[in-house]
Design a binder for this molecule. Structure first.
Ligand code: ADP
Ligand code: MG
Length: 243
C-alpha cells in the first residue's frame, strides 16, 4: 500500500525506495507530515540507520524517489538537502572550539556572515551553551557535547532533523533533558523530527507516531499510542517483549 499516510500536509515522502547491502535487501515507503515527530523503532540490524542515511543522502537508493514538499531531493548532495543529522557520537571535531564546531555546519571555511553569526548565537542560547563557546569538546561533559551537536543542527535552520540514537549513551536524567529539548524545538520552531531510538519510552515521551522497521521494511507506521495497545500487531508486541 504505497504512501497510505501521504496527504497535503506531507513534508517528506519516501516513495518506494530500494537499497541493498550484500545480504540484505531493503525497501522503504514513508510519508512524514510537517511538524511531526516520528520515532523509528526496530531491532538492531533492521535497517533504521540505512533509512536515515538514504533520506540524508549518505546512501543513494537503487530505485524509487525521496521528495521534500513534493520535489525530488535525490540529485542533491547531503549538504544541499533541507536536512540536518545528529548521530550518537562523532558529531564534533575535537581540535575545533565549540563555536567553530557550530560554524562549520554553516560554512565549510567557518567564515560567517552577519546572519550566520546571529544564527549561531541564537542556537547557542537556545541550548544554553553560550558560556561554552570557546571551549574544546574534550573539556565538556557528554550532555554538553550533545547540546553542541543540537546547536549546530539548529543554527543550520533546516526544517527536517534526523536523529540516529543520539542520546543512548547518556545517563537517564540527561536523556530526559535532551528529549525535552528536542520536543521544545519541535514545537517552537516547527522542526519535523525523525528519531531512531531503541527505547520505546523515548517514543512515548515525544513522538506523535512510530515507524517500526523490520527486515529492511517499515512493518508498521502508526500513532505512538499503539505501543501501549493490547491489540497491537504481534511483530511489535514481540519486539516490545510483551509476549
Ligand atoms: P539498524 O540501524 O537498524 O541497526 P542498519 O541500517 O545499520 O540497521 O543496518 C541494516 C543492515 O545492513 C544490517 O544487516 C547491517 O549489517 C547492514 N549494513 C549496514 N551498514 C552496512 C555497510 N556499510 N556495509 C554492509 N552492510 C551494512
Ligand atoms: Mg543504527
Amino acid at each position: 500500500m504505497p504512501n497510505s499516510h501521504a496527504n497535503s500536509h506531507t513534508l517528506l515522502r519516501v516513495d518506494n525506495i530500494t537499497f541493498a547491502y550484500e545480504q540484505m535487501r531493503m525497501q522503504f515507503d514513508l510519508a512524514v507530515n510537517r511538524g511531526e515527530t516520528l520515532a523509528i523503532l526496530g531491532a538492531s540490524g533492521s535497517g533504521k540507520s540505512t533509512l536515515l542515511n538514504l533520506i540524508a543522502g549518505f546512501n543513494q537508493p537503487l530505485s524509487g524517489d525521496i521528495c521534500f514538499q513534493e520535489e525530488s531531493i535525490l540529485a542533491k548532495a547531503p549538504a544541499q538537502r533541507p536536512i540536518t543529522t545528529l548521530f550518537q557520537e562523532h558529531n564534533l571535531f575535537n581540535h575545533l572550539t565549540v563555536k567553530q564546531n557550530i560554524a562549520i555546519g554553516l560554512a565549510p571555511n567557518m567564515k560567517l556572515d552577519a546572519d550566520q553569526q546571529t544564527a549561531l548565537e541564537k542556537a547557542a542560547q537556545q541550548v544554553e551553551i553560550t558560556e561554552l563557546l570557546n571551549r574544546l569538546p574534550g573539556d565538556l561533559s557528554g550532555g554538553q557535547r550533545q547540546r553542541v551537536g543540537i546547536a549546530r543542527c539548529l543554527a543550520r535552520k533546516q526544517p527536517l532533523l534526523l536523529l540516529d540514537e543520539p542520546f543512548s549513551a547518556l545517563d537517564p536524567a540527561l536523556r530526559q533533558e535532551m528529549l525535552r529539548l528536542i520536543a521544545k524545538l519541535n514545537k517552537a520552531h516547527s522542526i519535523t523530527v525523525l528519531m531512531v531510538t531503541h527505547n520505546p519510552d523515548d517514543a512515548l515521551q515525544i513522538a506523535d507516531n512510530i515507524a517500526f522497521v523490520a527486515d529492511g521494511k517499515i512493518a508498521l507506521h502508526a500513532s505512538t499510542a499503539i505501543l501501549a495497545d493490547e491489540n497491537a500487531p504481534e511483530v511489535l508486541k514481540r519486539y516490545l517483549g510483551k509476549r
